[in-house]
Design a binder for this molecule. Structure first.
Ligand code: SF4
Length: 290
């Protein structure tokens, strides 16, 4: 870990990266790609030391409230967060100033902040997004080694639903010849439906590979699944989008299942909902008396 002083914290879309880099070790991580110009080792997490004071300042100056979000250059609930509490600090600021919040994680550590998530959601909207790629716990430990397993994530989704926090699942990525089976996709979707997930984001049954993340991914394939790298190279060369040969039938299954269970499955619809700031009627009534 190392600290830096940041110049700003909120992007034009009101996203924030409190940390840059991640210790969760997912073998397919796109944030390792060279195009993001991370000038330090990916696991040596960069902490924006002044992030919370910048955020407080930015929220004070905003004319209109909106949804805030965490960015994709890290998982907000890396182990370091237990020590530093920057994400908790950002949630507390959103709560104090009446902003909505959405974050995406693979960690059940998000439950630590249930009190703040609930408080934000009582006034506006707070959505927890969680990535779930496989129902196979053993495969999960291999491809996402340092974070909650699928069973732990699904348990967290249930706990969030019980607390009234809406959730969205990212069924992504799907790795050809590893988790691109009907059994897996159906299994993930069944778990989502049981946890009353509002929507499932899916960009297609595949993954993206480019300079930086491709080299890391291939090294991990060599270590964990000998011979698979050669198959990828043979079939996909240096393509950016690496699509499963079962993409079409799996996408039909995905859309059909989500429609049947009344889970949103149109990415544009889900993202529009995530961006929309909503004030709860009770909160609006209270603010009239402020
Ligand atoms: S949790 Fe996200 S940012 Fe962290 S290694 Fe996995 S894919 Fe990358």
């Amino acid at each position: 870990m190392h600290f830096v002083q940041a110049k700003g914290i909120l992007s034009a879309q009101n996203g924030m990266n409190l940390y840059r880099g991640c210790s969760h070790g997912c073998i397919y991580c796109d944030s390792r790609s060279k195009c993001y110009h991370m000038d330090h080792a990916f696991e040596d997490v960069e902490v924006k030391e002044n992030a919370l004071s910048l955020l407080e300042d930015a929220l004070r100056r905003k004319r209109e409230r909106c949804m805030l979000s965490t960015g994709s250059m890290t998982d907000p609930y890396i182990p370091l967060e237990s020590e530093l509490g920057y994400v908790r600090g950002a949630l507390a600021l959103a709560d104090r100033f009446g902003f909505g919040f959405t974050l995406i994680t693979k960690s059940a550590r998000v439950l630590r902040d249930l009190d703040l998530l609930r408080s934000i959601n009582e006034k506006t909207k707070c959505v927890v997004q969680m990535t779930v790629t496989t129902c196979d716990e053993e495969l999960c430990r291999k491809i996402e080694p340092n974070v909650s397993t699928t069973a732990e994530r699904v348990e967290a989704l249930h706990r969030l639903h019980e607390a009234g926090i809406p959730t969205v699942v990212w069924l992504s990525p799907i790795l050809p010849y590893l988790n691109d089976t009907e059994e897996n996709v159906r299994g993930v979707l069944e778990r989502c439906a049981a946890a009353k997930v509002r929507g499932v984001v899916c960009f297609g049954m595949g993954l993206t590979l480019r300079e930086g993340n491709r080299e890391y991914f291939y090294a991990q394939l060599d270590r964990l699944f000998p011979g698979l790298k050669e198959r990828y190279i043979r079939e996909y060369g240096t393509q950016y989008v690496v699509s499963s040969p079962h993409n079409d039938e799996l996408m039909r299954l995905f859309h059909g299942f989500c429609a049947e269970k009344d889970m949103m499955h149109d990415n544009d619809q889900i993202f529009a909902w995530l961006r929309r700031f909503e004030e709860k009627p009770e909160a609006r009534q209270l603010s009239l008396f402020d």
